[in-house]
Design a protein around this ligand. Sequence first.
Ligand code: NG1
Ligand code: ZN
Length: 668
Amino acid sequence: KDLHGKEENEERACSSSSNNYVSYGTAGFRCHHAALDVIAFRCGFIASCVAAFSRTNATNNNSNDAPPFTAAGICVTASHNEASDNGLKIVDGHGNVLGEAYERACEMICNAKTEAQLENALDCFEEKLPFLETSREDAKKTAVVYFGRDTRESGERLVEKAKEGARALGGRSSGVAVKICDRGVVTTPMLHYFVYAHGKAVEAFYENNKQQEEKNDEDATERSLWEKIDAATQELAYFKRLAVGYLSLIEEDEEKKKKGKNVVEGLRANATTLPPLHIDCANGVGFVAFEKLMALFDVIRENSSSSENSRRSATTTTTTTTTKEIALVLKNGPNDGPVNLNCGSDFVQKNQRAPETPSTRLSFVNQRCASVDGDCDRLVYFSIEEGEEEGKEGENSSKKQNFMLCDGDKLSILIAFFLIEQLFLAGLAHKISLGIAHTAYSNGAFTKFCEKNGVETVCAKTGVKNVHKAAEEHFDIGVYFESNGHGTALFSDEAVKVIEKELVDELTRMSVEQHLRKEEEKHIQSVILTTKLKALLTLKATIQTINPAIGDAISSVLLIEGILRKKGNMPFQEWHAMYRDLPTKQSKVKVRDRTVIECFDSERKCLKPEGLQQRIDEILLLDSCVKNNNRRAFVRPSGTEDIVRVYVEASDAETCEKISTKVEEAVI
Ligand code: NG1
Ligand code: ZN
């Protein structure tokens, strides 16, 4: 009975639901916050189950090892959606998005309207879910559930509901005690990282204690674990990992600058430093998190007794940090307006224009800029050049703006090319495969560019979970970004091992050589680094700069800033000009029931309703009787909003518009 967790009179319809049925969308449940109390409660319960029954890699089913202690998590966020929406993302024991295999059962549980339906859904959940790797009796005594939320007003209420749901597992005579770790307002990737780090701490603990008596003392195990994973320690560990990774990544750059080894890069590095990066934080949690990162850079700088100048000023709207390592200007924080309203990566990427919040309208012009989304797991870079309209100088002149976007595709390209180069220099190109996973929304010019440069690509269905999976399955290092900036570079455990082993081997080889030359013993830093060693160290630093659990805008900013610096302060324009995007048009169409549309071929084609694909194919021939390879159009039901998305790409903007209008009509 208590599983309903339902408030009286709460029957408000979900904006993303049809017939009051809330589907498990592209990234969990998401709709108007008022309809989410029951769903939050039930998701909390689900997360508790995940935590209670899933194991770490360090333990296995048939051993008498100490019980597993992996955690699970709930992010209360609606990412890029408007401020009145909210949502629930469930994090599995490894810190990843809860797998697709569980989605239907979660959907059944969250939509059950009667006691019988609920019981049925729970049975289904218990019986079918593969994550129940342990039997009921074997479930661990403490289920640890992490909670985090973005800056939305409804977040606090929904976290409380979700906690109630999580605690309900303890109340079901399950013998499980539920431990709540509320991390307050954090980015989605931070919460994923905490769950991931929790699992790693547990794994390490069991590895270290395997041979010892204490392994049977569960209470001692738990106590010592809790010391490692309190909120402040975990948060500092997260920022430290990224910041130290970044500093190691750019370290060599300083050396290169002095030596001017590569003429072009050396010249650039001497002539300029990268201009500060102005970050539009979508009026959301990213602002808060970036501020913490900057504070850490300040501490590191102070401790390293650097004589460089540094300036930090905090106001409600803008925070600036300028150190020799990184220069960030933060804009659009939670006090500046409703989350995502006329700002954020979704606004910038979909509308192809700068954020339009009153305080920042003009301040992005002629700067190097980036935008994150409401929960800080997406990132795009952009720049707007403003100049005088030709031949119109003086008072009446109008300004001509040139908007340039480096979206997820261009992030992928920059990272992939950089890593390919490093693998080659490290002598590992033949041992470690690298490729890019993307979605149907990737620009045709991007896929052609990859093909031309021999970079393997694979197209997956929309949604991080799908692209992540494709990257994992196809490559040792899988770089993946959705065009909207969701993504990361994924290193397989095997790839990490190969890199680490090669690093040790190279260091050994160097010290043997040195010894043979009968040189005095020198510290490694005083040795001239070989190209191979430098590349291996760069790869290692890259791995550290990346959030291993999930795509993370903070981590991506550091990685991209690091790469641009390593490329001799590559100007934005040069990165942007690597290839030229085909004009695109994205629109939303409201229909009565979007679920009638079914897609295949990674959502590039339509199976149902009958005739729609044929109609789209006809429209693509507009004003032409031959197929034009630059033209592409597809439609798919959104998994996060109650709309159908239409995507069109063509050689010119005018044709895009025309095709889009016709496809929209066909959908309606
Ligand atoms: P839907 O609403 O299913 O298109 C959107 C994004 C996805 C992903 C999810 C989750 C587009 C076209 N789609 O999904 O890429 O980011 O939200 O946030 O941007
Ligand atoms: Zn997001």
